[in-house]
Design a protein around this ligand. Structure first.
Ligand SMILES: Nc1ncnc2c1ncn2[C@@H]1O[C@H](COP(=O)(O)OP(=O)(O)OP(=O)(O)O)[C@@H](O)[C@H]1O
Ligand SMILES: [Mg+2]
Length: 398
């Protein structure tokens, strides 16, 4: 084996040889390192050396890059902002500067780089240039970005769900308040009626109620019970609609006649205007269609009590669609509340003197959609409301 150093050499010759040898080895090491771009620059940032790693990472051959300014690796914007020069100034000042950012390859591709620029001094401490070590961190940057965006997605989803839950809790509390109020009203008056009735039947009361008075008493009590039954039915109906357990028994029905009969039921209490195109046959569940017509009519009567109400049924010129509308000239509904009223418990204001649980239009919309139909509302605050239900026509007999 070749001796590294001659025994006769003085200590200084030995250390010089050792230094030269290790410098050669170090140069060789740097030149062949493949995963790091390592090169030297002069005091102005002009490239003096180029290693394998630099070639691999940045794509330039030695002869293409040596003598060029290292700012070629920076984006145009960073060059304009003087970033390369600023980094050199910082390295001069602090001995070293470390940075991460996008850098540009010869083919224009970007890569995420970790860069360390180190000031190089001579024995007297004077600046003689810089070394620059660059690592490609694109892959870990991509992973980091993926992780960051997955985290953001998760965070957004959690926030959205939390907001939904909070809104659901508010809606539930509001519903409980409305439902208990609505149920309590008929129960209270029923209880009062029963108490009075019972008092009138006590043995110490001289005059017993007449048969007519008893009939009136039972009729009015029954009305209270019926309104209670309707409230409970609506609640059950809504939970069925909500859970998807709602079935439609469809057959060909004469919509013109159905509207007419519901209309007659309502016009006993209120004067309504009617304009119906006869002979419109739709394939529908007649019980549910009755609910749609009744709800829209009772809404107009209830929410626009002083207004004239117009009910119409028309067909499109191609006879493919029927349009059933209920129009009033009451208080109307503000534009930004118009979606809300079709939701469950979607009353305008949490409590009004007008009764109602805010379930009617929710049911109407679900039923209409179950018939491939649509419900639209034309209204503005103070300008009345027109609800229009459009349904596919099965047959039309003029
Ligand atoms: N014709 C109308 N004019 C003005 N506001 C209306 C009209 N129809 C409905 N609204 C508003 O829309 C809300 C929702 O109506 P919806 O029929 O769903 O509930 P409700 O009538 O209050 O109660 P329910 O129908 O459950 O007895 C009503 O509370 C009311 O504020
Ligand atoms: Mg209603």
């Amino acid at each position: 084996m070749k001796q590294l150093f001659d025994q006769k050499d003085s200590y200084s010759t030995f250390s010089e040889q050792f230094l030269r040898l290790s410098e050669d080895r170090f140069r060789l090491l740097v030149a062949t390192v493949k995963n790091y771009a390592i090169f030297m620059m002069d005091t102005n940032g002009l490239i003096l050396t180029w290693n394998e790693g630099a070639k691999k990472l940045k794509g330039y051959d030695d002869n293409e890059i040596i003598g060029k300014h290292f700012s070629v690796f920076y984006s145009e914007e960073e060059r304009k902002n003087g970033k390369p020069e600023k980094e050199l100034v910082e390295a001069v000042k602090n001995g070293q500067v470390e940075d991460e950012g996008w850098r540009i390859k010869k083919n224009g591709e970007k890569f995420w780089a970790n860069v360390i620029i180190t000031r190089m001094n001579d024995e007297k401490g004077n600046l003689i240039g810089f070394s620059k070590v660059t690592r490609d961190l694109t892959q870990s940057k991509i992973e980091e970005e993926k992780l960051r965006s997955a985290y953001k997605e998760l965070k957004d989803a959690v926030e959205e769900k939390t907001a939904d839950l909070a809104a659901a809790l508010v809606a539930r509390d509001e519903f409980l308040m409305i439902a208990s109020h609505e149920l309590k009203t008929p129960i209270t008056s029923l209880k009062l009626r029963m108490q009075i009735g019972l008092r009138n039947l006590r043995p110490d009361v001289e005059k017993m109620p007449t048969k007519e008075e008893l009939v009136k008493f039972y009729t009015q009590s029954l009305e209270q019970v019926e309104s209670l039954v309707k409230l409970v039915d609506d609640l059950l109906e809504v939970s069925r609609l909500q859970s998807g357990q709602f079935s439609l028994v469809k057959q060909d029905i004469n919509l013109s006649e159905l509207i007419h009969s519901v209309f007659q039921r309502f016009s006993e209490d209120k004067k309504l205007k009617l304009k119906i195109t006869p002979g419109v046959i739709v394939h529908a569940d007649s019980y549910r269609m009755d609910q749609v017509i009744s709800n829209l009519l009772s809404n107009a009567i209830k929410h626009a009590p002083l207004s004239e109400i117009e009910v119409e049924l028309n067909v499109s010129p191609d006879h493919k669609r029927a349009f059933f509308s209920v129009k009033d000239s009451g208080p109307g509904i503000e534009k930004d509340m118009q979606d809300k009223i079709f939701q469950r418990f979607g009353r305008l204001g949490s409590y009004t003197h007008i009764g109602g649980m805010g379930l009617g239009l929710y049911m109407v919309k679900k039923i209409v959609e179950g018939h491939s139909g649509e419900i639209t509302l034309m209204s503005a605050s103070g300008q009345g409301a027109t609800f229009i239900v459009s349904l596919p026509v099965k047959e039309f007999h003029l």
